[in-house]
Design a protein around this ligand. Structure first.
Ligand SMILES: Nc1ncnc2c1ncn2[C@@H]1O[C@H](COP(=O)(O)OP(=O)(O)O)[C@@H](O)[C@H]1O
Ligand SMILES: Nc1ccn([C@@H]2O[C@H](COP(=O)(O)O)[C@@H](O)[C@H]2O)c(=O)n1
Length: 272
């Protein structure tokens, strides 16, 4: 499904056309005709910087929360879905905080690339869901992701892999102070994953922090937009949401002739 004018104009903050004053208030910016669909946004940043929270806020402001997955026009995909499976020996190490989940080699780059290429080709894909408590993929659940308008792909190393980095149409880096990230990470790992403080701090100092400095932080230079303070930065999030809405407005127009659509996706004609 593609975002139609009706749905877009229902989005909070959408300042586009109405049926009587097409484009008068917000002229189409040249170049938007070529906006790809889906529009893929990479969201990088250190652990617990607020990547997921920023993505959720973007979804919410695009009016996408609480919508049936099949009808969602914006989806969030997380890098953790692409962790390589661990051997029994590695699981033992992981339980003691002695496995490096922050190294690029921990991820299945090929699977990530294939999945993103399929999504870019508007194919339906199945994505594993990750279980942080047990350090493995939830074998019983594969998430189906249908062709969509916007993909938010978030994770610590989304900009590390060149092939994947080049697939993004927009790159955001969530930049949150390291002390804040560590304190959030400790609370999250204890509350949500039932880990003990010793294990969390050992893993953080041995692997998480050095890998952040070696592999994640250097990718900040690829970002189009850096978001200081993460989800607290409502100004940045509002601007990004507005920009996505503008882009989608262009995309709706340019893709219309090639795609079948439902009546509810009615488009308002625009001057060229
Ligand atoms: N602005 C914020 N203020 C307070 N807590 C936050 C904020 N942003 C995120 N958190 C909390 O910090 C933890 C990590 O946030 P999350 O968005 O999952 O980060 P990431 O996806 O980068 O790992 C979560 O428990 C989340 O609820
Ligand atoms: N079994 C696992 C898998 C990953 N981690 C840590 O998760 C972090 C990445 O997720 P964020 O939401 O924080 O971006 C990464 O730093 C890994 O150390 C883990 O602890 N256990």
């Amino acid at each position: 499904m593609q975002l139609g004018e009706d749905q877009l104009s229902a989005m909070p903050g959408f300042s586009g056309t109405d049926k009587h004053s097409t484009m008068k208030s917000s002229p189409r910016v040249s170049g938007f005709e070529d906006i790809p669909r889906p529009f893929v946004i990479g969201v990088g940043g250190g652990t617990a910087s607020g990547k997921s929270t920023v993505c959720s806020k973007i979804m919410e402001q695009l009016g996408q929360n609480g919508i049936n997955e099949k009808q969602q026009q914006v989806v969030i995909i997380s890098l953790e879905s692409f962790y390589k499976p661990l051997t029994p020996e590695q699981i033992v190490l992981a339980r003691k905080g002695q496995y490096n989940f922050d190294h690029p080699a921990a991820f299945d780059e090929q699977m990530m690339l294939d999945t993103l290429l399929d999504l870019k080709a508007n194919k339906t894909v199945q994505i594993p869901e990750y279980d942080f408590k047990n350090h493995c993929i939830k074998s019983e659940t594969l998430r189906t992701v249908n062709p969509t308008d916007v993909i938010l792909f978030e994770g610590i190393l989304v900009f590390y892999f060149k092939d994947i980095r080049e697939l993004f149409n927009m790159k955001l880096f969530v930049d949150t102070d390291a002390d804040t990230r560590l304190s959030r990470r400790v609370l999250r790992d204890m509350k949500e994953f039932g880990r003990d403080l010793d294990q969390i701090l050992r893993q953080y100092t041995t692997y998480v922090k050095p890998a952040f400095e070696e592999f994640c932080l250097p990718t900040k230079k690829y970002a189009d937009v850096i978001i200081p303070r993460g989800a607290d930065n409502t100004v940045a999030i509002d601007l990004i949401v507005q920009h996505i809405q503008e882009l989608l407005r262009g995309s709706v127009k340019s893709n219309a002739p090639q795609r079948s659509r439902h009546n509810s996706d009615s488009l308002v004609s625009r001057p060229h």
